[in-house]
Design a protein. Structure first.
Ligand SMILES: *[C@@H]1O[C@H](CO)[C@@H](O)[C@H](O)[C@H]1NC(C)=O
Ligand SMILES: *[C@@H]1O[C@H](CO)[C@@H](O)[C@H](O)[C@H]1NC(C)=O
Ligand SMILES: *[C@@H]1O[C@H](CO)[C@@H](O)[C@H](O)[C@H]1NC(C)=O
Ligand SMILES: *[C@@H]1O[C@H](CO)[C@@H](O)[C@H](O)[C@H]1NC(C)=O
Length: 397
């Protein structure tokens, strides 16, 4: 009996000791595992495995998207390789797939993109009235992120056409009105409405001639033509041929336009922040743009560099003002003062929206992985009724 008792006590002691050791072991390994897990998650969040790949699902306005290519981006002090590709073999490895609004034709029947754990991004740069998917709530909701005028990442129309018109304002290259503007202008015959030739006051080039669709620009210009010569080179209200090489490519267009004092930069839709290269090209060429657009778009232009149709009571009034400037060289020249005013240029640069580039998209993705925002944001459905003005906003008479 006694022996048995001793053995029993010994056994109990062993079991208790063993349990304590086992408990300590569990606590220790749990802590080690937990720490290991935490490190692992942190590593995952901070270090993308391999490269970040964005698969471009087709063309944008019929051309290869401008970001196509390889980039190096910095995030958290590290350098990463970021690839924008159309190579189908890289699709599986891609983290993001980019779709283009201009390609989505049957918007009402648009199916959700195949996801396969990828983030689908919709890209568009047209005004709400000319966009396909963005102006359709059902369609736009199918994407996780958007890049557009009002999207998660901002993209302005004109940024796609590199349009930063300022020459170096250093001493040698400083803007000179006579050399950079005046010497290129044709002598004008302001009062002779019937003369066809190198009149050189007002030019207009447009090929979308539908009337009363999103604005009344055609009717407005038709009325203007009763008071001032407007040389119309495009299909709409055409009254003069391109002399250069007959092509409507941007460079030959610009050769024609720079001979004029004014260019009618009339947009085909009047939507918030919508302004195109028509205006930016004028600033580059030394021509005063006469703008018809949503007033919100003016904030990204240098003050005093343009004439806004909305500031005139009628088409006739605007025409009269252009004639006045044509006869008053000193007043005309004032429209170029901003070029030698560093405050004005600085204000302008600050007002320009920063365009989305490869690393903006990469950093957006990294920030999402770090929990900076949810995957599914409110879809920026661009309701034309909300973002655009009525077609007859600009008064003709
Ligand atoms: C971009 O990266 C991909 C994948 O690493 C490679 O196959 C391709 O040749 C690269 N392209 C250029 C232009 O460097
Ligand atoms: C991306 O959007 C689709 C479509 O709305 C949705 O089904 C999916 O859950 C989203 N992905 C994530 C990771 O939230
Ligand atoms: C107007 O231009 C036409 C054609 O060039 C010319 O024949 C006519 O003499 C001009 N009229 C005036 C008043 O200059
Ligand atoms: C330069 O531009 C600023 C801002 O538009 C304006 O306040 C200032 O009067 C201009 N200076 C000159 C010399 O024109």
């Amino acid at each position: 009996m006694k022996v048995h008792n001793i053995n029993q006590r010994f056994l109990i002691k062993v079991i208790i000791l063993f349990s304590i050791f086992y408990f300590l072991f569990l606590v220790f390994t749990y802590r080690r595992d937990y720490k290991g897990y935490k490190d692992y998650v942190e590593d995952l969040l901070l270090t993308p495995i391999g490269d970040e790949i964005v698969y471009l699902n087709g063309l944008n306005f019929g051309s290869v998207f401008y970001l196509h290519g390889n980039y190096s981006c910095i995030h958290g002090g590290k350098e990463y390789s970021v690839i924008f590709t159309m190579d189908k073999e890289m699709y599986e490895k891609a983290n993001m797939v980019m779709y283009f609004d201009s390609q989505i034709i049957h918007r009402d029947f648009y199916q959700p993109p195949p996801l396969n754990n990828k983030i689908s991004i919709l890209h568009g740069s047209e005004s709400p009235q000319n966009s396909h998917c963005f102006s359709n709530a059902f369609c736009v909701e199918r994407f996780n992120w958007t890049i557009s005028l009002t999207g998660d990442m901002k993209h302005w129309y004109f940024n796609s056409v590199s349009a930063f018109p300022i020459k170096d304002n250093n001493r040698e290259n400083r803007f000179d009105f006579n050399r950079d503007v005046w010497s290129k202008k044709m002598r004008s015959d302001t009062n002779n409405l019937s003369s066809i030739g190198d009149s050189g006051i007002v030019a207009w080039i447009a090929s979308n001639c539908e009337e009363h669709v999103y604005d009344n620009r055609l009717e407005y210009i038709k009325e203007m033509m009763n008071y001032i010569r407007v040389d119309s080179y495009g299909k709409c209200l055409n009254n003069i041929q391109m002399k250069e090489d007959g092509s409507t490519q941007r460079t030959s267009k610009n050769l024609v336009v720079q001979k004029y004092k004014f260019y009618l930069a009339f947009e085909n839709s009047l939507c918030e922040n919508y302004i195109t290269e028509k205006t930016l090209d004028c600033l580059e060429l030394g021509v005063v743009p006469v703008i018809m657009a949503h007033p919100s778009a003016l904030k990204i232009l240098p003050k005093g560099s343009y004439i806004y149709a909305g500031d005139y009571k009628s088409s006739k009034d605007l025409a009269k003002y252009l004639k006045y400037l044509d006869e008053n060289d000193i007043e005309y020249q004032k429209y170029f003062n901003w070029r030698t005013n560093s405050t004005s240029i600085e204000q302008w640069y600050n007002a320009l929206p920063i365009d989305v580039d490869a690393c903006v998209i990469f950093n957006f993705y990294q920030n999402w992985k770090n929990g900076k925002f949810p995957m599914h944001k409110n879809a920026p459905f661009l309701d034309p009724d909300r973002y655009c003005l009525p077609y007859d906003y600009f008064r003709i008479k």
